[in-house]
Ligand binder design. Structure first.
Ligand SMILES: [Zn+2]
Ligand SMILES: [Zn+2]
Length: 647
């Protein structure tokens, strides 16, 4: 019989508590649960800290067994793969020295000093093969605590200056070595149980990287790679990368003539071309209509505001230094700022007249263009720009209306997502850090009410949410939406944010039923986030094949020869009267070429007209992605089109 004190109590994530002999490992626990789990467990999270699945657990603990499906499991897998890469490199490039080898978002890298030996694309395969050969040996990652003196002696003897440099910063008693096969590394871990988990490897890329990120130091070779537990997963990942390249909104934006950038206009300032503008206006009109139905009042405010406005709002103090600098006027007492956000302007609109509790909620909506300084290295297509238009609105309401307003905004956001084909979405609720309530503005009571209002609203709307404690802004809790695109990538989109700060700073008030003055709650919300970013995501999600109602050119009329130009032009005007937009291809080209070009430009409907169509008053219809739909009367085509274009 085992004495009571030799048992530990392990609490699993489902809340169940089990007893295990003291010194059991994560792997032991997994084995007891199921063989399958034991085969897949990569690491164990013990009281919040990730450790080797093979490390003994000595006391009562919360234990989560990590697999490939957990972000921390993946990170452990990839970091362990960096050791495998190093082992392969050491076998192939004698004398190679090692810097650091962390996991990154997808995969891992190792910074290495190849002693002047060349390493390029042609060498990738050789290293990948070596990694897999070593992986097949299922070498365990063996952990060994080392004294600092022994650790220094080891790397001194091996002649690795980078590891010696790292050791200088470590305290005696905290140092561990890990060995798999013939390769030993200085590392605090954790690692997967053995190299056999790694079934597929791909070197992605090499780049230069200064040791410790300091350009005074030697430049090392940074080798980026990715590994997977199954070859198929690697294949899928590489396919997605290729597909993502094809769908890159910067590439498609140029090809489809949606937007452009000009150095002369300035970095990060998109120029919307006619087709992109058409797309953008349709999106705006779509949301405008939905917002009017949802009780919003449109407003328009200027692109600049007096510096004092942003001193009042607090933006000047917080962002002034790192933003566009004030605009001067001939009057030395006057200074203006490019508008970095619309909220202060909307607060001033609120203040234009006295408000009563019966006037609330007041919902002010504006497609407001704002300007934020981003460093040029941070700019990226339409997703990081210096001037962009928010589909912004501010809701001023009573504290008891917060939940209802959240429900309504969630409805609106989901309507937008569904209308645009984003079926896979989730949300994050960001709440206060319960351990540190003092850093937040607004009373405890208000926060508690608002937080439970958000949580309840999200639950009643059936949203899939994760809750993050401590992620709220100092001025209020929020709900952020994430969508997954056609390639499985996650994008952060719209946000709904409670604000207790600005109503204070602007001294907003309403007269309550009690005839007393009260402070309204302000809610910021933007379903798209910004039009620029949203359109970028939309381009990448659809690959440029926009839904019919959004397509810049919805139809292309393709006359077989110039004899049918008059008929084509008449047809064009008839369709235009029915709100169907596009163009007539009057080029002197063969019909096959015209069809091909319309396909490349992702025009949804191609209407071919020749002798028969002109004589019978018909059109020959081709739908992109569906092919030939046959011949139709013009009325019939208009009905077909209108049935599809409805959202
Ligand atoms: Zn390691
Ligand atoms: Zn705002």
């Amino acid at each position: 019989m085992i004495a009571q004190d030799e048992q530990i109590r392990v609490t699993l994530p489902d809340g169940s508590v089990r007893q295990y002999p003291k010194g059991s490992t994560g792997l032991d626990i997994a084995t007891q649960i199921s063989e399958g789990l034991a085969r897949n467990v990569l690491a164990a999270k013990v009281n919040g800290k990730v450790q080797d699945a093979t490390l003994p657990i000595q006391e009562d603990a919360n234990v989560q067994l990590l697999t490939w499906n957990d972000a921390e499991g993946k990170a452990t897998f990839w970091h362990s793969s960096a050791h495998l890469l190093a082992e392969a490199l050491e076998a192939l490039y004698p004398g190679v020295k090692f810097g650091i080898g962390p996991a990154v978002e997808t995969g891992f890298y190792y910074d290495v000093d190849l002693n002047g030996q060349a390493f390029s694309q042609e060498d990738f395969k050789k290293v990948e093969d070596k990694m897999l050969e070593l992986a097949r040996q299922k070498q365990p990652y063996v952990r060994k605590p080392m004294s600092k003196a022994d650790a220094v002696a080891y790397f001194d003897q091996k002649g690795d200056p980078y590891k010696l440099d790292l050791l200088e910063g470590l305290d005696d008693g905290t140092i561990t070595f890990y060995t798999q096969g013939d390769f030993t590394d200085l590392c605090r871990g954790p690692h997967i149980p053995n190299t056999g988990f790694i079934k597929a490897a791909k070197i992605m890329n090499v780049a230069g990287a200064y040791w410790r990120g300091n350009e005074k130091n030697k430049q090392l070779t940074r080798i980026y790679a990715v590994t997977y537990p199954k070859q198929k997963e690697l294949d899928d990942y590489l396919y997605l990368l290729e597909e993502a390249k094809k769908r890159d909104h910067r590439k498609l934006g140029k090809e489809l003539e949606l937007f452009a950038f000009s150095e002369r206009v300035g970095q990060g300032l998109p120029l919307w071309l006619p087709k992109g503008t058409m797309l953008r206006e349709r999106l705006e009109n779509f949301l405008r209509r939905a917002q009017v139905r949802a009780g919003y009042s449109p407003v328009v405010t200027p692109h600049i505001g007096s510096k004092q406005l942003y001193v009042t709002s607090g933006h000047w103090e917080k962002y002034g230094e790192d933003s566009f600098q004030p605009i001067k006027t001939p009057d030395p007492n006057e200074e203006f700022l490019l508008k970095p956000m619309n909220c202060p302007h909307h607060c001033e609109i609120y203040k234009t007249k006295p408000r009563s509790y019966r006037d609330l909620p007041l919902r002010l909506a504006e497609f407001g263009t704002v300007y934020r300084y981003e460093q040029s290295g941070e700019l990226h297509g339409l997703t990081r720009v210096r001037g962009f238009t928010q589909d912004d609105a501010h809701i001023f309401c009573r504290p008891d209306q917060v939940k209802d307003e959240f429900m309504k905004v969630i409805d609106l956001v989901l309507y937008v997502f569904r209308s645009l084909g984003f079926e896979d979405y989730s949300a994050q609720v960001s709440l206060r850090d319960p351990e540190n309530k003092t850093k937040y503005i607004g009373s405890d009571d208000l926060w508690e009410k608002a937080e439970s209002a958000i949580v309840e609203a999200a639950a009643e709307k059936g949203l899939r949410t994760v809750t993050e404690l401590g992620e709220a802004a100092f001025y209020g809790p929020k709900l952020d939406f994430m969508v997954r695109d056609a390639l499985g990538r996650k994008w952060q989109l719209g946000t709904i944010q409670v604000d207790y700060n600005l109503p204070n700073r602007f001294e907003l008030e309403y007269i309550g039923a009690d005839n007393q003055k009260h402070r309204p709650v302000m809610i910021h919300r933007a379903p798209f986030g910004s039009l620029e970013r949203f359109i970028a995501i939309l381009i990448e999600n659809t690959g440029g094949n926009f839904p019919l109602w959004l397509s810049p050119d919805q139809i292309a009329i393709l006359p077989i020869s110039e004899k049918y130009e008059d008929y084509a032009n008449d047809l064009f005007f008839t369709l235009q009267e029915n709100d169907i937009r596009g163009f007539v291809d009057l080029r002197d080209e063969k019909i096959g070429r015209k069809i091909r070009d319309a396909e490349v430009n992702k025009v949804p409907y191609m209407l071919v007209v020749g002798e028969k169509e002109a004589a019978e008053g018909k059109v020959s219809v081709r739908r992109k992605g569906q092919g030939d739909l046959g011949s139709m009367s013009i009325d019939e085509f208009v009905r077909t089109f209108q049935a599809e274009v409805k959202i």
